[in-house]
Design a protein around this ligand. Structure first.
Ligand code: ZN
Length: 326
């Protein structure tokens, strides 16, 4: 589905089959000098066809269009190299550029195995994840060239100006885009309306949840009339959603704390298996491997937040991080 949601701003819905995110909302912004495509979809044929059909419907060509990636995840970046023309620049926040290039170079799983084991995954679950995880499978080709942008960078498309806002937490270098004179915010995966963005431990950041909550606070005073998010329902009330997201994480912190409190010490994997999840599965053992990966990451981010705030302890036992109250 493609539609003009505001003058010269188009929404292209890119389906993400068999993925709980359901769709990626790609945005096309028409300017007088250049146009900008915000996020692209996985690097697979279904996403490619939907995105190219959407662009054709709008009458857009990549010859005069650049690409902005809100963050490094492949449901946003996957197609950028395939869709770009020779003159297209592919922009991404500088921190995520570094991690995306690393992510695509092919050693990610070898380097990440220890992290899985440290969180309490078994070796066999790690191996299944390695083969099935869509985040790595549908990433952009490793020779793709990116241009790094910093916080406050302005894209002047001619008639429309967009500013980047650095909002780390979902990824180390996540960025939103803001059209100040129209009070429109492209929130990427920082604010999503129907689901909560995944928050997991991040490279180079000791408290990713704390970092995410700080980035939510950062947007509280921003004048926004329309927020355009990356998944499911594109639009909603940003201030209301910011408060709901903060509340959600406070409840999750309470839940994680009470699970640890009533135990003699648990790994993130064990805590995740006892937390409540809004997936239609009753039993933790029925979770698909990559959903376990997200869930364990989410649990670890909450446990690290509690540990950083002095509420619980974290120590290593047989190569696995254990969280306990005493
Ligand atoms: Zn996403």
């Amino acid at each position: 589905m493609t539609k003009e949601i505001f003058k010269n701003i188009y929404l292209i819905e890119v389906p993400l089959p068999n993925n709980p995110l359901k769709n990626l909302n790609s945005y096309y912004i028409k300017g007088k000098k250049r146009n900008l495509l915000v996020d692209t979809g996985f690097n697979n044929d279904i996403c490619y066809e939907a995105l190219t059909e959407g662009l054709t419907e709008i009458g857009a060509t990549m010859k005069n269009t650049d690409i902005f990636l809100t963050h490094l995840h492949s449901d946003h970046t996957g197609l950028c190299g395939r869709i770009a023309s020779e003159s297209s620049k592919i922009f991404i926040g500088s921190l995520d550029k570094t991690y995306l290039e690393y992510f695509c170079k092919g050693t990610y799983w070898d380097d990440t195995k220890d992290k899985f084991v440290n969180q309490g995954f078994s070796e066999s679950e790690f191996l299944v994840n390695k083969d099935t995880n869509p985040i790595v499978k549908y990433a952009p080709p490793k020779d793709t060239l990116y241009t790094a942008v910093e916080d406050g960078h302005v894209f002047d498309l001619g008639g429309v100006r967009l500013e980047t806002i650095f909002t780390p937490g979902h990824t180390p270098g996540h960025m939103c885009l803001y059209i100040r004179d129209k009070k429109i915010l492209f929130s990427g995966d920082h604010i999503i309306f129907d689901i909560t963005p995944n928050i997991s431990p991040l490279p180079g950041i000791t408290n990713s949840l704390g970092c995410y909550l700080k980035s939510l606070e950062k947007l509280k005073d921003l004048e926004v009339e329309h927020t355009l998010s990356s998944h499911r329902n594109a639009m909603g009330d940003d201030k209301k959603r910011i408060n709901e997201l903060i509340e959600h994480h406070m409840e999750r912190l309470d839940e994680a704390y009470s699970i640890v409190e009533n135990s003699g010490g648990l790994s993130s994997y064990e805590v995740a298996s006892k937390m409540t999840w809004s997936v239609r599965l009753n039993d933790w053992k029925d979770f698909p491997p990559h959903q376990k990966w997200f869930a364990v990451g989410e649990a670890a981010a909450h446990l690290d937040y509690l540990q950083q705030n002095g509420k619980i302890h974290k120590y290593k036992r047989d190569n696995v991080y254990i969280y306990s109250v005493s």
